[in-house]
Design a binder for this molecule. Structure first.
Ligand SMILES: Nc1ncnc2c1ncn2[C@@H]1O[C@H](COP(=O)(O)OP(=O)(O)O)[C@@H](O)[C@H]1O
Ligand SMILES: [Mg+2]
Length: 282
């Protein structure tokens, strides 16, 4: 079943000279992890904002086409009602933190209190999510005093605790070191295991190749590729769109130029080893 369905979406900001999204159509099935990749300025963040109903409502400008989330037209829905279904994690966790809460615990309670959830239930949900995201050790700290990686985990926890079905996550690891990046991906994979439908903007192709169900490539506001990671990363068209390939795919392609044959192009480390063993007959 389609959870997100975007049809012929075209959009221009009030101040931009040209259209930023051009006739975009795609769908994301329930429970799917859909990665959106593409060069800087290709429209990824704008598309995320359209999916969560902030375009054109908040940003104004001209939009045609339609975005349905669980059959609801997000442009016609009140933003407060939409927030019950769709969680959004920004690129910079700093902007996500409310600025009102004095502790991490209060930060997580904030949204739930606004929703009118009962105190017992709030406590229960927060305890569970803090364990899942490994942030209970700084539950009493000021969110602003945490490191970037810790803040990003708090930002994800604050969204998870709301229990929305659909999550839109925009470059959650762009400011993080490798260890914090792994921690964030770990949480995202757990969200997928929980059955969430996830739209993830990310440049780390290795992780996308490993875990995404679906990849969409944007180029200058258009969807230029749409398929499984296998379909997208093994199609050399992708090299035209200023995106990287997973390292092992690149290596395999280079080896093929040197006449080392592979029966199929690998996209993960596991596949590379399997293919190499076949080639080397070991
Ligand atoms: N608030 C805005 N007002 C006007 N133009 C914008 C705004 N935000 C982004 N843009 C323009 O829209 C295009 C797509 O931007 P964006 O969606 O942020 O791309 P990406 O996330 O892929 O880097 C860029 O040309 C950018 O300059
Ligand atoms: Mg962006």
């Amino acid at each position: 079943m389609d959870c997100i369905k975007v049809t012929n979406l075209t959009y221009q900001y009030p101040t931009s000279q040209q259209k930023v999204l051009k006739d975009i159509s795609f769908s994301v099935k329930k429970g799917e992890l859909c990665a959106i990749i593409g060069a800087n300025g290709s429209g990824k963040t704008t598309l995320c904002n359209a999916v969560r109903g902030f375009i054109p409502g908040f940003y104004k400008g001209e939009m045609t086409g339609e975005v349905l989330v669980n059959g609801i037209n997000v442009q016609k829905e009140k933003m407060g009602d939409l927030a019950l279904h769709i969680g959004f994690v920004f690129q910079n966790p700093f902007t996500q933190i409310s600025g009102i809460a004095k502790t991490v615990y209060e930060e997580l309670a904030f949204g739930l209190e606004n929703m009118g959830v009962e105190p017992d239930k709030i406590h229960e949900r927060i305890e569970c999510i803090m364990k899942l995201t490994h942030i209970d050790e700084f539950r009493d700290r000021d969110p602003y005093q945490l490191s970037g990686g810790q803040q990003q985990r708090v930002a994800l926890a604050a969204i998870l605790v709301m229990e929305q079905e659909v999550l839109v996550i925009d470059e959650p690891t762009s400011q993080l070191d490798p260890q914090s990046t792994d921690d964030i991906f770990e949480i995202i994979w757990q969200m997928k295991e929980m059955g969430k439908t996830i739209v993830l903007v990310e440049h780390k192709m290795e992780q996308i190749a490993e875990y995404a169900d679906h990849v969409i490539v944007l180029e200058k506001g258009k969807v230029v590729m749409d398929g499984t990671p296998k379909e997208v990363f093994t199609d050399t068209d992708i090299l035209r769109y200023h995106t990287r390939l997973p390292q092992c795919t690149r290596i395999a392609l280079e080896m093929m130029k040197e006449r080392i044959s592979f029966s199929k192009i690998p996209i993960t480390v596991e596949e590379t080893i399997r293919e190499l063993k076949k080639t080397l007959e070991i």
